[in-house]
Design a protein around this ligand. Structure first.
Ligand SMILES: C[S@@+](CC[C@H](N)C(=O)[O-])C[C@H]1O[C@@H](n2cnc3c(N)ncnc32)[C@H](O)[C@@H]1O
Length: 277
């Protein structure tokens, strides 16, 4: 069912590779972001919810809890391996209301006007055609249904400087939160709100909220980013230069060292929500 667009094929391959370690480490990241998104969407018992780009289930499980045994959650992801691992977690949790589907969330496959709630946490910036894809997600909502997206706003100065060292090596066409995901429609809350409105939503709001990550040192930062989409950027650096780039990034991260000796890094998380007319 995976679309043949080369951008999506690459994204599926990246997340197949990342899946086993994805969202399994000690850094609270995907889950607090997805939990906040689900709070904002406020699903009700009995609702039908869709989690697009479900990954290891950061939004799937809070959605399942909110809709309860009488509701339904469809979790869709391009990556077959993510879906396999999520299916196992769903079975372990006994969440019988959750169905996991490999592929894209399109009206042609899932059926139009099916869902009360659509959530897509940290997904849209990986898509090669975000406006067309988001318009399709809107078509999946019943009239009055709610949609919520998370993307990223800025990171603090030390993190920005460290990332700049790594991003200098990213191929120009790379679809990633740290490349395409900070420009154009992803560049501001008002642009994200405009995109969602353009795709047919009403009552749209978009705002940023800070999320702090605390890490012991730059080595822990690199290890963590290697479990994220950013791994593809590290791997695009020729191996002989990777250590040099890491040392430069580590020097920049010193600016984030707090009085407790740890690195304190802040990411602004962008929450954009709206409603189908
Ligand atoms: C950064 S992860 C986020 C996963 C999860 N939502 C979370 O917050 O932990 C992005 C996920 O979206 C999936 N993905 C990207 N574009 C997609 C698309 N157009 N349709 C379905 N899944 C997509 C990827 O395979 C990946 O598993």
């Amino acid at each position: 069912m995976t679309d043949s667009h080369p951008g999506r094929v690459r994204v599926a391959a990246l997340f197949d590779d990342l899946a086993p370690r994805y969202d399994q480490g000690p850094v609270p990241w995907f889950r607090p972001i997805a939990a906040r998104l689900v709070d904002l969407l406020d699903p009700q018992p009995g609702d039908r919810a869709l989690d697009v780009g479900a990954g290891r289930g950061a939004a799937t499980f809070p959605l399942a809890e909110a809709v309860g045994a009488t509701g339904r959650v469809v979790a869709v992801d391009l990556s077959p391996r993510m879906c396999d691992l999520l299916r196992t977690s769903v079975a372990d949790a006994g969440a019988a209301q959750v169905e996991v589907v490999v592929g894209e969330a399109r009206p042609g496959t899932l059926g139009a006007s099916q869902f009360d709630v659509v959530a897509a946490s940290l997904v849209l910036f990986f898509d090669p055609e975000p406006a067309a894809t988001l318009s399709d997600w809107m078509r999946l909502l019943r009239p009055g249904g709610r949609i919520g997206l998370t993307t990223f706003g800025p990171v603090d100065d030390a993190w920005t400087a460290a990332e700049r060292r790594v991003l200098a090596h990213a191929p120009a066409d790379m679809l990633d939160v740290r490349t395409s995901g900070t420009r154009g429609v992803f560049g501001s809350p008002s642009a994200m709100a405009g995109l969602l409105e353009q795709c047919g939503a009403i009552e749209v709001g978009s705002h940023d909220e800070p999320l702090e990550v605390t890490l012991p040192d730059a080595g822990a930062w690199r290890a963590w980013t290697m479990t994220l989409g950013m791994r593809q950027i590290w791997e695009s650096i020729p191996p002989p230069r990777r250590e040099e780039v890491f040392v430069a990034a580590a020097t920049e991260l010193e600016g984030a060292r707090g009085a407790d000796g740890r690195l304190h890094l802040t990411q602004q998380v962008r929450y954009t929500v709206g409603r189908a007319p």
